[in-house]
Design a protein around this ligand. Structure first.
Ligand code: WT7
Length: 663
């Protein structure tokens, strides 16, 4: 296991800059906000951590329960055992749709979809209800029942939300696979959770290009006969092959007789699984992070409402793909549980021009925009003119997520997009945390560019030194979480004994949840996230394990060994640098970098393709055979003058070759 990484920690601390600018919440914003100031935050936070039972008992009423819980929580991180709202019963899809049909929200837009080409489709809650009910009936007809795993491999189209909620309605567990993943990655995720039904489309569309989703699905399940049904959305009308008896069209299925019949939502236990979402770790294959129903829904609904200060008349635009946790928690469950209007966008920020986001904001009068630092940095490079062409007057709040935001990008977002008047919520969280854990509250927090603010209610983070002592102010260390909160993962798929879960998250510092991130707390108590301290890369906000990329490279017959590290990248945050050793005595064939890039694309996804590949005859290893990544990271990042002690290497001469051959 190469997880805890004090060296990487020290490297990160060194690059910290002292940021002194302060942005208090605008008075006007403060007055109308749900949480109206630091005093209110402090008092409520205190209550939430001193009396979590009372606090969450009160908060859980944000969702509707068919049976009230008997006990608020039962959690023990040592085991680990995590249960919230024990004995409570509810249905997530009912909470996201049906309950809004009783009042004025019935005719309110639930989803506004903008296609890659700029076409708009709107679903009111009533209309969404019909679609979800019909598709739930389709799933039932196919034999799907409570507890089944259903894979959804789609791009950002309304059918993705409809399919996920239809699963939730019948109690099936959805497994959404990002449409940018390859057929091999899809197969891995289908077979790991033994899913027998896949929902896909003929093609996906992004930035004027199409993605062969159906063809990828066919490849993924060609030698995996357990998939009995494939339901295909017609998105582009491209010719695809349909396997008789297995593949059917979405539009035909939902037009069958009887499909309109209202089917009651399945009553679920609070701890029944809601979904699995695969994510990368520092070792091995991606794991299926498991979230359950009650706690997850309470946590995403409450955090959505308060962090984005959501009001019924707002239009909320989260640019994340539903293939990642952000889309699960803050496109589907949090917003819809609150009866919000959510804008979903199929395309990319730069197509057809780099003002697409701003065009969408003006066209739909978006009020809250939630996006990623990588998008901000990319758009910043095209210049302010693209933003200034649009009024953006409807915006009242900005948010970011996915990676640390550098103060320069924060300032640009604040000044150019926010005209110097909008608060920014820099929200820190993870697939495993289910919802946002560290964040400013827009009506309370005095913002500092680059800081994610303070813990959300009920969340008790700690920053520890490698000896496990609490780090001093500004010292920096490992970010861990002390007690449970309702949105935390309940396990990983295929690990009922929770052995893997324990090892991954609760063993580094026994009894504490290990995040894999470094952080420091400044003198005021504000948190500064410093990136991963394990072998997980964050490339454009996408989480990738170095081990996965190494294994994809090594799956090429001519590769004997590969080591992958990250290096600072102006737009992506982190770029991928691969050191590759070929078979003994082999010359590097012409164009081989491209071949290997293609290999990674095929095995994982285009997002995992290395930015740089350096061929070498050896890697820096200790005498016990451990690769010294510290040295590779320094070479990749161009810090070759200070490689540190290389005397413990089995063959120190390899370092010269690596430095000379640096890309
Ligand atoms: C990792 C989790 C959470 C939704 C998207 C990513 C990094 C996330 C921030 C932030 C600094 C951040 C962390 C974390 N991260 N948000 N605001 N500031 N870093 O989810 O794919 O599970 O990745 O993203 O390193 O561990 P994920």
């Amino acid at each position: 296991m190469r997880q805890k990484n004090p060296e990487k920690m020290a490297e990160t601390i060194k690059v910290l800059t002292e940021e002194k600018r302060l942005f208090p919440p605008p008075q006007e914003f403060k007055e109308s906000a749900h949480i109206k100031g630091m005093e209110e935050y402090t008092a409520l936070y205190k209550e939430s951590v001193e009396d979590p039972e009372g606090f969450w008992d009160r908060m859980a009423g944000i969702v509707d329960w068919t049976k009230k819980w008997d006990k608020v929580f039962e959690c023990d991180f040592e085991k680990p055992e995590i249960k919230w709202f024990l004995g409570g019963r509810l249905n997530a899809a009912y909470n996201c749709i049906d309950r809004h049909l009783k009042g004025f929200r019935r005719n309110k837009a639930a989803l506004i979809w903008e296609s890659d080409e700029g076409e708009v489709k709107t679903y009111t809650y009533q209309q969404l209800s019909r679609e979800v009910n019909r598709f739930a009936n389709v799933l039932k007809k196919k034999g799907a029942t409570k507890g089944d795993r259903i894979t959804i491999y789609l791009s950002m189209i309304p059918e993705l939300v409809i399919a996920a909620l239809a699963c939730a309605r019948i109690g099936a567990i959805h497994n959404v696979v990002f449409g940018g993943f390859s057929s091999a990655s899809l197969r891995e995720r289908i077979s790991d959770c033994a899913s027998n039904l896949v929902i896909t489309a003929d093609e996906g569309v992004r930035g004027g290009k199409s993605v062969p989703l159906k063809r990828n699905t066919d490849e993924a399940i060609a030698d995996y006969p357990c998939v009995e049904n494939v339901i295909v959305v017609k998105r582009t009308g491209a010719g695809v092959s349909m396997t008789e008896g297995r593949d059917t069209w979405w539009h035909e299925e939902i037009s069958e007789p009887d499909i309109e019949e209202i089917s009651e939502p399945e009553e679920m236990d609070s701890e029944d699984p809601l979904f699995i979402l695969y994510t990368s770790g520092s070792t091995g294959k991606p794991k299926g992070v498991l979230h359950t129903t009650g706690g997850y829904l309470v946590y995403t609904a409450l955090s959505f409402k308060w962090i984005f200060d959501y009001k019924d008349e707002d239009i909320f635009f989260c640019t994340a793909d539903i293939g990642w946790i952000t889309g699960h928690s803050y496109v589907i469950y949090g917003p819809l549980a609150c009866g919000a209007t959510c804008l979903i966008f199929e395309g990319t920020p730069t197509y057809p021009e780099p003002d697409r986001f701003w065009e969408i904001v003006d066209k739909h009068r978006v009020n809250i925009l939630y996006t990623a630092p990588t998008a901000i940095r990319a758009l910043m490079r095209y210049g302010d003119e693209w933003v200034k062409k649009h009024s953006l007057a409807s915006l009242r709040l900005l948010g970011t997520v996915g990676e640390p935001i550098n103060p320069k990008a924060w300032m640009w977002y604040h000044e150019v997009v926010g005209k110097g008047r909008l608060p920014i919520v820099d929200t820190w969280w993870q697939t495993e945390t289910g919802g946002i854990l560290i964040t400013p509250l827009p009506g309370a927090t005095t913002l500092k560019p680059g800081s994610a603010g303070r813990p959300f209610f009920g969340v008790k983070p700690l920053v520890l030194t490698k000896e496990g002592k609490e780090a001093g102010s500004n010292e920096g260390g490992y970010l861990v979480i002390e007690d449970s909160w309702p949105g935390i993962l309940r396990g990983t798929y295929g690990d009922p004994e929770k052995k893997r879960m324990k090892e991954l998250y609760f063993s580094h510092f026994p009894g504490l949840f290990f995040t894999g991130d470094g952080a420091r707390i400044d003198g005021d108590g504000d948190y500064w996230l410093m990136g991963r301290i394990d072998d997980v890369l964050n490339v454009s906000g996408h989480r990738l394990g170095t081990a996965e990329i190494e294994s994809a490279l090594a799956s090429h017959l001519d590769v004997s060994e590969a080591a992958v590290v990250g290096y600072p990248h102006e737009v992506k945050g982190e770029g991928i640098y691969a050191f590759v050793v070929l078979r003994e005595g082999m010359e590097v064939p012409g164009g081989f970098e491209k071949t290997l890039g293609g290999q990674v694309k095929k095995v994982i996804s285009p997002i995992a393709r290395p930015d740089k590949i350096q061929f070498t005859t050896g890697l820096p290893k200790t005498r016990s055979g451990k690769i010294m990544r510290r040295i590779l990271r320094k070479i990749a990042g161009g810090r070759t003058e200070d490689l540190g002690d290389v005397s413990t290497l089995a063959d120190p001469s390899v370092v010269d070759e690596l430095v000379k051959g640096r890309k």
